[in-house]
Write a protein that binds this ligand. Structure first.
Ligand code: URP
Ligand code: ZN
Ligand code: ZN
Length: 479
C-alpha cells in the first residue's frame, strides 16, 4: 500500500534511544526515506510539511500489553481495537501487542483467528502474544504453527486466575520447554493464583465483601513468590523470561538477582503502578474503589519508589498500560463480592505523557531513556527492531512529534478512550504529542484524530533462533 504523498518533518530534533540529532525526516510509502540536516522542499516536491521547531521527533510508542475487547470475568472490555488503537495514537502510541487468550480446551489457532478478525478494525499496527491456558498435544503442535506461520514469538502465562486461565507449574514447564525449541519468549503474569484464591475465601468468610478485599487478597508476597518460582523454572529450562506488570519490591528483587547472576529476565512496568498507590482502595466512593480494581493491585508508596529506580537503573525495561477497560456498570457486577469486579484499568492514551511528565520533567529519565522505555526496548525484546522503535532510513514511518511545551489536564470527560473513568483524573502533564504519524500518514494533529478504520497492519514477529541450545538431560558416564 502506498501513502501517495511524501511527508517532510522539518526543524526538529530526532531522538533515538542512543542519541539525539537536529535533522529533517522525509517519509514516503510508509517508511522513513531520508534523514538529513536540511532536506529542502524542492527535493521533496509536493510533500506535506510539518514544522517541528522546538519539538522532538521520536519513534512512535509501542505498548506491549493491552487487552482490547477482551472477554473477561463475565463481560467484555469496553474498548475495542478501533477505539483503543485510536486512543493510543492520540497519546503517541503507534503499535500495540495485545493478547490472544484461548479458553481452556479451546484450540490456540481458533482463538488466534478470532482475535485477528476482531483486530481488523485497528487504526494502528498491532501484534499478538498468545496465552497458554491449558495443555495437550494440540497446544504443543499449534505453538509451532503460530511461530512458523503466523508471526507469533511470545507466549503468555497467567499464574493467577485459578479456575479460569491459570497456568500451573506443569504447563509453565512444558510451554517454556516448547518455546525454547521454537525460539519464542515466555511472558508471565506473576501472582500465586492458589494463594490469592485462599486469601479471597478467607476474606469473604470473615465478612469482607468490599473492593478493599481485592488488594488484601493479593499482597506483595504473592507476586514475589510467583516471580521467584517462574524465574527458577525459566532457569532450569534455560530460556529468557519476560515478567509483565511488575508492581512490587519483591518481584524487583527477583529480577535484579537473576540479572546479577547472568539470567536473562526482562521486567515490564505499568505507568499506573508508577504513579498510583493503594490508598485508592480506601476512598469513600465504592465506584471509584472498584474502578481501580486491577491485578496486581496498586501498592503502598515504597513500591512505587522502587519501581522508578528500577526503570532508571535498567532492571525494568519496558513500560506498558495493561489497557483493559470496564465501565461503571460492568464493575458493578462485584458490588456485593469484590471477587466479581472485572479486573482492569485504562491508560493507553496517557502512558507517554504521564511518563514524560513524571519521568523526564522530574529528572528521572533523559529523553533518550524515555524513547528506550516507551518504544526501543519493546521492539528489541519482541524482535521487531529496527523496523519499529528507531528513527532510521528504512524503518516504518511510525513517529510521534513531541511538544515539550504543550500541556493538558487528563480527564475522563475529554479523553478519547472508550471508558467512563480515568485513573489519572485531574493530573496536569507538561509535554504531549503535537502530531502522531502512523505508516507515513498524519493520524493525530491539533488534538484531533484523522484515522481510517482498518488502516493498522498486523506485524509479524520472527522467532529468536539463538535460543535453541539443546542440552543432555542426563550426565552420562563415557568410558
Ligand atoms: O487486571 C488486569 N490486569 N486485567 C487484565 C488481565 C491481566 O491480568 O493482565
Ligand atoms: Zn496480568
Ligand atoms: Zn494484562
Amino acid at each position: 500500500m502506498t501513502t501517495g504523498k511524501q511527508l517532510l518533518i522539518k526543524n526538529g530534533t530526532v531522538v533515538n534511544a542512543d542519541q539525539s540529532v537536529v535533522a529533517d525526516v522525509l517519509c514516503f510509502d510508509g517508511v522513513i526515506q531520508k534523514i538529513a540536516e536540511n532536506i529542502s522542499t524542492d527535493e521533496a516536491q509536493g510533500a506535506e510539511v510539518i514544522d517541528a521547531s522546538g519539538q522532538y521527533i521520536m519513534p512512535g510508542g509501542i505498548d506491549p500489553h493491552t487487552h482490547m475487547q477482551l472477554p473477561f470475568m463475565g463481560t467484555v472490555a469496553s474498548e475495542d481495537f478501533y477505539t483503543g488503537t485510536a486512543a493510543g495514537l492520540a497519546g503517541g502510541t503507534t503499535m500495540i501487542i495485545d493478547f490472544v487468550i484461548p479458553n481452556p480446551q479451546q484450540s490456540l489457532l481458533e482463538a488466534y483467528k478470532q482475535w485477528r478478525e476482531w483486530a481488523e478494525k485497528s487504526v494502528s499496527d498491532y501484534s499478538f502474544h498468545v496465552a497458554i491456558t491449558w495443555w495437550d498435544e494440540s497446544v504443543h503442535r499449534d505453538m509451532q504453527t503460530l511461530v512458523n506461520d503466523y508471526g507469533v514469538n511470545s507466549f503468555k502465562h497467567f499464574m493467577a486466575y485459578k479456575n479460569a486461565i491459570m497456568a500451573d507449574d506443569e504447563i509453565l514447564f512444558k510451554s517454556f520447554s516448547r518455546s525454547l525449541e521454537l525460539g519464542a519468549l515466555p511472558t508471565v503474569h506473576a501472582e500465586n493464583g492458589e494463594v490469592v484464591f485462599q486469601l479471597q475465601k478467607k476474606l469473604i468468610d470473615n465478612g469482607v465483601f468490599g473492593a478493599e478485599g481485592h488488594p488484601q487478597s493479593r499482597p506483595p508476597e504473592v507476586e514475589g513468590e510467583a516471580a521467584n518460582r517462574v524465574a527458577r523454572i525459566a532457569e532450569v529450562v534455560d530460556i529468557p523470561l519476560y515478567i509483565v506488570h511488575v508492581s512490587t519490591k519483591q518481584a524487583l528483587e527477583v529480577i535484579s538477582r537473576c540479572r546479577h547472576e547472568g539470567q536473562q529476565v526482562f521486567g515490564e512496568v505499568l505507568t499506573s503502578h508508577l504513579l498510583i498507590d493503594e490508598s485508592v482502595y480506601y476512598e469513600k466512593d465504592w465506584a471509584s474503589r472498584a474502578a481501580h480494581v486491577m491485578s496486581p493491585p496498586f501498592r503502598e508508596k515504597s513500591h512505587l519508589d522502587a519501581l522508578w529506580k528500577a526503570l532508571q537503573s535498567g532492571n525494568l525495561h519496558t513500560t506498558a498500560t495493561d489497557h483493559c477497560c470496564f465501565c461503571a456498570d460492568q464493575k458493578a457486577a462485584g458490588k456485593e463480592d469484590f471477587r466479581l469486579i472485572p479486573n482492569g484499568t485504562a491508560g493507553i492514551e496517557n502512558r507517554m505523557e504521564v511518563l514524560w511528565h513524571h519521568g523526564v520533567n522530574a529528572g528521572r529519565l533523559s529523553i533518550n531513556d524515555f524513547v528506550r522505555v516507551t518504544s526501543t526496548n519493546t521492539a528489541q525484546i519482541f524482535n521487531i527492531y529496527p523496523r519499529k522503535g528507531h528513527i532510521q532510513v528504512g524503518a516504518d514511518a511510525d513517529i510521534v512529534i513531541w511538544d515539550p511545551k504543550k500541556s493538558k489536564t487528563i480527564s475522563a470527560k475529554t479523553h478519547k478512550q472508550n471508558v467512563d473513568f480515568n485513573v489519572f483524573e485531574g493530573m496536569e502533564v507538561n509535554g504531549c504529542p503535537s502530531h502522531t504519524i502512523s505508516g507515513g500518514k498524519i493520524v493525530y494533529i491539533n488534538d484531533e484524530l484523522k484515522v481510517e478504520k482498518g488502516a493498522g497492519k498486523y506485524v509479524n514477529r520472527p522467532p529468536f533462533p539463538a535460543y535453541y541450545k539443546p542440552r543432555p538431560l542426563h550426565k552420562r558416564y563415557d568410558k
